[in-house]
Design a protein around this ligand. Structure first.
Ligand SMILES: *Cc1c(COP(=O)(O)O)cnc(C)c1O
Length: 429
């Protein structure tokens, strides 16, 4: 049997890097395979170190809305590199990117640039606590907000209660101010607010959940969060690290017409470089140091290379509002292919799709919260993943991640993908 270069690299990497990867889901653990080591990517295609080429629907987990190595972005980054990689001093580019973000999202009057979504969320919550003088936050079961201590939680044993750590190494004391409600369940939020409302600094939500697979907010759910936070003097934080510049240039807040107090951004905002941001109402953001008493800093925050990639990416998206309709149409086509497959095969399949985000679940559905998402047959997902890969289509190696469509996916590539989806390519397992 031939051993692939990916297999060799995985073996070697595992000796030096825990699990051989720098982010767990990359290890292909939940689909029981060896991860592909990537050599390069261009447009809608990604190529591994063995020279196998795939149509890519992972898109680096969201940033790749323009496809890989978009020539304008690459050229701008190359030019920026020649001017120095980092100065640790303010630049015109930081202001330009801030202007672009504020223009895209009118709820964001002031914005701070950071280097990862985790950092953006952690800092937004600190600002919310500083502003309100309150300690508690409410998050939703199945929403992901990065790996900071207070957010890496699961619901405690009593249905609606203080969270408990969802990772070893997180002290219980770090999570005792995090309350967990159920996504799309207004009642669970009301109950927590009735009991703790005047201690709640903020409710943080993924306006479209995309880290338990894609789960859409029910009609009225986001409006309700806006109302109840206002009623109790708590802030509403939209974690738009995935949805920002993805559901539309103005993100989920524009799509649903809801104005959050604070917003976190990442992924697309950095155009493929480590770049993220948090921002919102000016009076809240002015709590942040050096204006206010909430401390937050970063050596490489707003560095000129990442800001360049972000600026060029956002400018392209701003110039081409029609891109959003195109990628939405393509995502709908893929969603229909899954439905057609279910009709033909009788498999229990449920698809959630919004804009260019979609997820297939191997369950009869409907999938509208964490419990119904985790009812999906992950073995069936792993089999589906393997068949797609063998047909040259690279989808997320986990049930609980989104499928991302980029502007680089051509109509014929979408049709080819639909064919692969519908035909199942059933093997005897
Ligand atoms: C990816 C993601 C994060 C974390 O961002 P990182 O850059 O991986 O730290 C936070 N929130 C949401 C909604 C995300 O999808």
């Amino acid at each position: 049997m031939n051993i692939s270069k990916s297999e060799i690299l995985f073996e070697e990497s595992r000796k030096r890097i825990p699990g051989g990867v720098n982010s767990p889901v990359r290890a292909f653990g939940s689909v029981g395979r060896t991860p592909l080591f990537i050599d390069h990517a261009k447009g809608s295609h990604i190529t591994d170190v063995d020279g196998n080429e795939f149509l890519d629907y992972v898109c680096s987990w969201g940033p790749g809305i323009l496809g890989h190595a978009h020539p304008e972005v690459v050229e701008a980054v190359q030019k920026a590199c020649e001017k120095g990689l980092t100065y640790g001093a303010p630049t015109e580019k930081e202001w330009q990117l801030a202007e672009l973000i504020c223009e895209a999202m009118p709820s964001v009057e002031k914005v701070r640039l950071v280097s990862s979504g985790t950092e953006a969320v952690m800092s937004a919550i600190r600002a919310a606590r500083g502003y309100t003088g309150r300690d508690k936050i409410i998050k939703f079961k199945g929403n992901y907000h990065g790996h900071s201590d207070g957010l890496l939680v699961k619901a405690g044993s009593a249905a609606l209660t203080t969270a408990v750590p969802d990772s070893s190494g997180v002290p219980v004391s770090y999570t005792q101010n995090t309350l967990v409600a159920l996504y799309n369940d207004m009642n669970s939020v009301s109950q927590l607010m009735e009991e703790y409302g005047n201690q709640v600094a903020a409710i943080i939500v993924e306006p479209v959940a995309a880290n338990m697979g894609v789960v859409l907010p029910k009609a009225g759910f986001l409006e309700f969060l806006r109302q109840i936070t206002t009623k109790y003097g708590s802030l509403l934080i939209f974690d738009e690290v995935i949805t920002g510049f993805r559901l539309g240039f103005g993100g989920a807040q524009e799509y649903f017409g809801i104005t959050p107090d604070l917003t976190t951004l990442g992924k697309i905002a950095g155009g493929g470089m480590p770049m993220a941001a948090y921002g919102g109402r000016g009076d809240i953001m002015d709590m942040v140091s050096p204006v206010g008493p909430v401390y937050q800093a970063g050596t490489l925050s707003g560095n000129p290379i990442a800001t360049t990639a972000g600026i060029v990416t956002l400018e392209i998206l701003k110039k081409h509002p029609e891109y959003y309709g195109e990628i939405e149409r393509k995502a709908r086509q893929l969603a229909r292919a899954f439905e057609e497959r279910a009709e033909r095969s009788g498999e229990a399949i449920w698809v959630n799709q919004i804009g260019s985000l979609l997820s297939v679940f191997f369950t009869a559905g409907p999938v509208e919260d964490y419990d119904s998402a985790t009812a999906s047959d992950t073995k069936a997902y792993a089999a589906y993943f393997g068949r797609m890969l063998e047909q040259g289509v690279y989808v997320a190696p986990s049930q609980f991640e989104a499928m991302f469509v980029s502007i680089a996916h051509t109509d014929s590539e979408i049709e080819e993908t639909c064919r692969v989806i519908v035909e199942r390519n059933e093997r005897t397992e």
